[in-house]
Design a protein around this ligand. Structure first.
Ligand SMILES: C[S@@+](CC[C@H](N)C(=O)[O-])C[C@H]1O[C@@H](n2cnc3c(N)ncnc32)[C@H](O)[C@@H]1O
Length: 294
C-alpha cells in the first residue's frame, strides 16, 4: 500500500499475500475499473473497494500472463478478440455473490401465503433476478412445493449477470453444511445425499430443480428478452441484495421496469438494506422489504 505511481502520480496498491508479480493498481487504473464495471453491470464501486478489486482482478492478470493493470484494461477496452469473453470474466470477478438458503427468512411465509391465496388460473410465474449460486431460487421452489403441493406448477426464472455462479446454481450441488439451515425435514424431503466420493455433498431433488430455469440476464440490459420468453406478467419478483450495489438512479430505473413486468397485486421482495419507499407511484410497502405492485 502507499507506493507512488510515477505515471499517474497517485497512490497505488501493490500485491500482497505471496503475489510475487506485485502489480501496481494506480488510482487511474482503479478509476478506469470503476467506470467499466459501472457501464457493464451498474455496480457502483466505492473508493474503499480498492484492495478487493486488486485481489480479485490480479488473478485475471496472472491467469492471462499480463504484466500490468493498464495493459489488461487496454486489452479489455480495445482488442475485440479479447473483449467479449474477458468482459464476462471481469464482471464475474467483480460481482459479490454471497447468498444462502432461506436468507431473510421472514419473506418465505409471506410468499407462501401469497401463493396459497391463489393465482389467475395459471402457473405462478416467479422471477429471481439475482440468483447467484442458486440457494435463493431453490428456497423459492421448496416454498412453492410446500404451499401448492408436490405437483406445484409454479415456474421460477432464476437469472444473474455472473456466468460462473449460474453454472454452479444449475448443478444444484451443495456442501452439506450449506443446507443445514433448511432444517432436517426439508433436507430429507428436498435433497439427495451424496455417497462415496460425493459424501458431504447434497443435490437438490429433481422435483425441486424442475421448477427452476436458469439464464443469464443483466438487469441493466435495455430489453429483457428472457422474460418475454418466460411469460408476462409476473406474479412475484425476488430482487434481493443486488440493488445495494447500484446508485439511486439505476435503482429507480430498474424499479420502474419491475413495475412494468409485474401484475397489479404482484409482490417484489427486496433485500434487508434496500429501501424503495420513494417508488410509491408503482409500489406500496406491504411488510418488511416486501412491496406490492399497485
Ligand atoms: C450478494 S448476491 C445476492 C444473491 C441473492 N439474491 C441473495 O440475496 O442471497 C448479488 C448478486 O447480484 C448479481 N448481480 C450484480 N450485478 C448484476 C446485474 N447488473 N444484473 C444481474 N445480476 C447482477 C451478482 O452476480 C450476485 O450474484
Amino acid at each position: 500500500m502507499g507506493a507512488r505511481d510515477p505515471l499517474s502520480d497517485a497512490t497505488t496498491v501493490s500485491g500482497v499475500n505471496g503475489d510475487s508479480r506485485m502489480f501496481d493498481l494506480s488510482t487511474r487504473d482503479f478509476d478506469r475499473i470503476r467506470r467499466i464495471i459501472f457501464e457493464l453491470a451498474g455496480i457502483d464501486l466505492g473508493a474503499s473497494k480498492r484492495n478487493m478489486v486488486y485481489s480479485r482482478l490480479s488473478r485475471r492478470l496472472r491467469a492471462l500472463g499480463i504484466d500490468s493493470f493498464a495493459h489488461y484494461l487496454d486489452q479489455l477496452e480495445g482488442d475485440p478478440q479479447f473483449t467479449a469473453q474477458e468482459r464476462q470474466e471481469f464482471v464475474n470477478a467483480l460481482t459479490t455473490n454471497l447468498t444462502s438458503f432461506f436468507r431473510e427468512k421472514h419473506h418465505f411465509p409471506v410468499f407462501s401465503d401469497f401463493l396459497m391465496r391463489g393465482l389467475a388460473g395459471r402457473p405462478a410465474r416467479i422471477w429471481c433476478a439475482a440468483a447467484s449460486t442458486g440457494e435463493e431460487p431453490y428456497s423459492i421452489a421448496m416454498t412453492a412445493i410446500e404451499a401448492l403441493g408436490a405437483n406445484s406448477d409454479a415456474r421460477i426464472l432464476a437469472t444473474d449477470i455472473d456466468t460462473q455462479v449460474l453454472a454452479c446454481a444449475g448443478s444444484g450441488v451443495y456442501r452439506d453444511e450449506a443446507v443445514q439451515v433448511c432444517g432436517p425435514q426439508r433436507m430429507r424431503r428436498f435433497f439427495l445425499r451424496g455417497t462415496g466420493a460425493n459424501a458431504g455433498m447434497v443435490r437438490v431433488r429433481p422435483e425441486v430443480a424442475r421448477l427452476v430455469e436458469f439464464g443469464q440476464l443483466n438487469l441493466l440490459e435495455p430489453l429483457w428478452p428472457l422474460l418475454t420468453r418466460f411469460g408476462l406478467p409476473l406474479d412475484a419478483v425476488f430482487c434481493r441484495n443486488v440493488m445495494i450495489y447500484f446508485n439511486r438512479a439505476t435503482q429507480h430505473a430498474v424499479m420502474e421496469r419491475f413495475a412494468s413486468v409485474l401484475r397489479p397485486g404482484g409482490l417484489l421482495f427486496a433485500g434487508h438494506s434496500e429501501n424503495f419507499t420513494d417508488c410509491r407511484e408503482w409500489f406500496a410497502l406491504r411488510g418488511k422489504t416486501v412491496y406490492e405492485r399497485l
